[in-house]
Design a binder for this molecule. Sequence first.
Ligand code: FAD
Length: 450
Amino acid sequence: MRRFVVIGGDAAGMSAAAQATRGAEPVEVVVFERSQYTSYAACGLPYFVGGLVERSEQLVARSPEQHRANGIDVRTCHEVIAIDTEAGRVAVRRLADGAVVDEPYDDLLIATGATPVRPPLPGIDATGISGIQTIPDALALDEIIRVRRPRHAVVVGAGYIGLEMVEAFLLRGLAVTVVEKLPQPMSTLDPDMAAKVADSIRAQGADLRLGTGVEGFEVGDDGWVRAVATDAGPVPAEIVVMGLGVRANSRLASDAGIAVGPSGAIATDARMATSADHVWAAGDCAESFHRVSRRPVSIALGTHANKQGRVVGLNVTGTHARFPGVIGTAITKVGPLEIGRTGLSEREAAAAGFDAVGAVIEGTSRAHYYPDASAMTVKLIAERGTGRLLGAQIVGGAEAGKRIDALAVAVWSEMTVDDLAQLDLAYAPPFSPVWDPTLIAARKTAERSR
Ligand code: FAD
């Protein structure tokens, strides 16, 4: 029987492993995972810290024991330290006793994920400064809040994970300061849309300091963080979360001579195959093809990790499967504010060589006379001349964010804004105005893009 070895036991790795056990050809599936967890939802961590999810166990979709019961040989607390693509072997360190063993593979999946950026700033190792990527990170933050009862949290970085932590800290009753070097939060949005996010964060009571760079951390005699040192002066802090984005864990691959792409993630083809025979990559450590910019990108999202893992699981068991690429669709919320985006922003469209034009409209989630209609802003980006929809962004109240899905379908299928404006979308007063805001935005963008 062929042996399929997986490095990394979370979204991409376990999706591949589970698919492989159900494949057309029987394979032996072995997963090496350096932590004690498998299949945990990092996406849910901010909601556990915020108290919306009661127990961290709820975040684990399948434990190692459950995977074993399904026929997967899961070995937790095992770290793969080297790959030999010539011999078809990996070197694995057993973390319990440090012993290193050699394990053969017929097919190998690298699903090692990504590591949060943690710049070597003075004081960064002080107690009370953490990332938010693993269940132990979330448990530690929860314990600090319960036991030490800090009053002031600082979030460094105003990307989506940072903003989800702002909501979590506000829910736990802490005063929150957000320090962001760029002049806007959410760099995946255009500045005009990001300004609306900034307004909402401030209205929710957080102190958002844009254009402010972190220079280090002041540490008390007890080893705890006391303040975040910024280029605009110190910001008092008893607990700090770093949300500076992630970098693909591609080192294991590059050390083995496997090609890494321009984004720093492992280069893959449409089947998620790497440059080495019978070696595959999936999830945050792997590059994806962007269907609009036509360029390789590294977008660390669980939705891609699961799909790419499944594709690999199919490919190693005799089915020819392809991952069709990504278009950068993402959604998040901060308190009552929902934020969705898909395709290219105006800035990204220009960088990809498009002559792009954008239009912004204000709308509501329901008919204006129906109770609890919330306001939303929709921005569409289209190619001048052809009117092809290149991207969309939505910022608004309840029921705004998931409207991005219809726009994602339109971007994916290369619709024009004229086509989009004619779409037969569902209407009744509790669900939308008779002209949904996405359709009004399409009309306005169509006028501009001619
Ligand atoms: P990971 O989940 O990072 O798993 C990689 C695994 O490999 C880890 O368990 C690691 O221990 C193991 N590993 C690494 N190196 C080795 C080695 N050498 N040997 C053995 N094991 C190794 N995505 C969304 O789509 N929507 C969201 O709302 C969302 N929210 C998020 C919120 C937070 C706070 C975070 C941190 C992430 C969020 N994500 C979200 C991103 C999503 O969690 C990741 O994209 C997804 O987990 C990637 O899966 P992966 O399997 O590629 O990598």
